[in-house]
Design a protein around this ligand. Structure first.
Ligand code: NAD
Ligand code: DAU
Length: 336
């Protein structure tokens, strides 16, 4: 049985991915996570006793530890989800983003090189391409043009991945996905933040004119696409992932309020995010044609299921929205 090192497996997408892989394949998973504010052991409480799963707390920037772990666990492949992932936090302070997203990726690549890792998948983002005007979509050949410290750190990591493949022949693959939503997403991101604020009758802070467009994909569809790329993607290639579901932010916010039976008067237009990318849209033709992947969920169905999940899992998010979360919320939404 092949063993995959998943990094950042206690975060939103990583935890959904581990659950998906344990259910839909025979792989063994070793999860390495630092448990930052965004990492939560409760995201995987239902599978922690699974015999094909093992957790280590650690930092991807720690070369000695990652090296030891890969050797000790006889790791065959690496899938790197670990990252600082929130654009607004990168605007408040970028150092951790450079450390984890760039240096951490470099450590993983170096360990992959020295241990003849069979496949190395870098989970990147569509934000490395920058911002679109009203027309067009990102393809895999769109030039990298990141605009935030977060996206610049992710683009830097992508360049390192490319260089390690080109120079040392490390068998790398890169995925670039659009905005995810679904269960276990940390409530600093648009959809969970709006759901929990609406449930708490708190103002829903919409940046600028609310007309920035994001291209939404349900997290399970993203996980399915990553597994496809991992198993069948061509080494050295980049694969865009998206579900052709562009929406202006204000439309999403109104939909959430409607679904929860709350009044639109909760919407509050607030100061815009500096350097706010206007529009993202993914052309996913390559993964669809080469790897025969397509999303299984419609937005209409999956957003309802997501809202219901947050309604049914109040204790999960109520534990999060104290301490560090309140400090961040105050700094970003009240003191800016
Ligand atoms: P997240 O913030 O929910 O989770 C990140 C995880 O990484 C956390 O568990 C955290 O503890 C861990 N981590 C952070 N620094 C670490 C370190 N130094 N060492 C080990 N673990 C560390 O993020 P997410 O939304 O699940 O995103 C996962 C990946 O997918 C990221 O690389 C992100 O750039 C990418 N991505 C996210 C989206 C999205 O919409 N959320 C879309 C496309 C790509
Ligand atoms: O596109 C993929 C990226 O999607 C990932 O790489 C990032 O990790 C992920 O955080 C996400 O980035 P965004 O900046 O697009 O997501 P966020 O949920 O922060 O914001 C989505 C949109 O909603 C964006 O236009 C900003 C807006 N927004 C966000 C928040 C948190 C608001 O209007 N108000 C808010 O309070």
């Amino acid at each position: 049985m092949k063993k995959i090192l998943v990094t950042g497996g206690c975060g939103f997408i990583g935890s959904n991915f581990i659950r998906y892989v344990l259910k839909n394949s025979d792989y063994e998973i070793v999860n390495l996570d630092k448990l930052t504010y965004a990492g939560n052991l409760k995201n995987l409480v239902d599978i922690e006793e699974n015999s094909r799963y093992k957790f280590y707390r650690g930092d991807i920037c720690n070369y000695e530890f990652v090296s030891y772990l890969v050797d000790r666990e006889k790791i065959d492949s690496i899938i790197n989800f670990a990252a600082e992932s929130h654009v607004d936090r990168s605007i408040l302070s970028s150092q951790e983003f450079i450390r984890t997203n760039v240096i951490g990726t470099n450590v993983l690549l170096e360990v992959a090189r020295q241990n003849a890792i069979e496949r190395f998948v870098q989970i990147s983002t569509d934000e490395v391409y920058g911002s679109l005007g009203p027309d067009g979509k990102f393809t895999e050949t769109t030039p990298l043009s990141p605009n935030s410290p977060y996206s610049a750190s992710k683009a830097s990591a992508d360049l390192l991945v490319k260089a390690y493949h080109h120079t040392y022949g490390v068998p790398t693959l890169i995925t670039r996905c659009s905005n995810n939503y679904g269960p276990y997403q940390f409530p600093e991101k648009l959809i969970p933040l709006m759901i929990i604020n609406a449930l708490s009758n708190k103002p829903l802070p919409v940046y600028g004119d609310g007309m920035n467009v994001r291209d939404w994909i349900y997290v399970e569809d993203h996980c399915d696409a990553i597994l496809k790329v991992f198993e069948s993607g061509k080494i050295g290639e980049v694969y865009n992932i998206g579900a052709e579901n562009e929406k202006p932010n204000i439309e999403i916010v109104k939909l959430i309020l409607k679904e929860l039976g709350k009044d639109e008067s909760l919407i509050t237009f607030v100061k815009d995010r500096p350097g706010h990318d206007r529009r993202y849209a993914i052309d996913a033709t390559k993964i669809k044609e080469e790897l025969n992947w397509k999303p299984k969920y419609t937005f209409e169905r999956a957003i309802k299921e997501t809202i219901a999940w947050y309604q049914e899992n109040k204790s999960w998010w109520q534990e999060i929205i104290s301490g560090e979360y309140l400090n961040y919320y105050k700094k970003w939404y009240e003191e800016r």
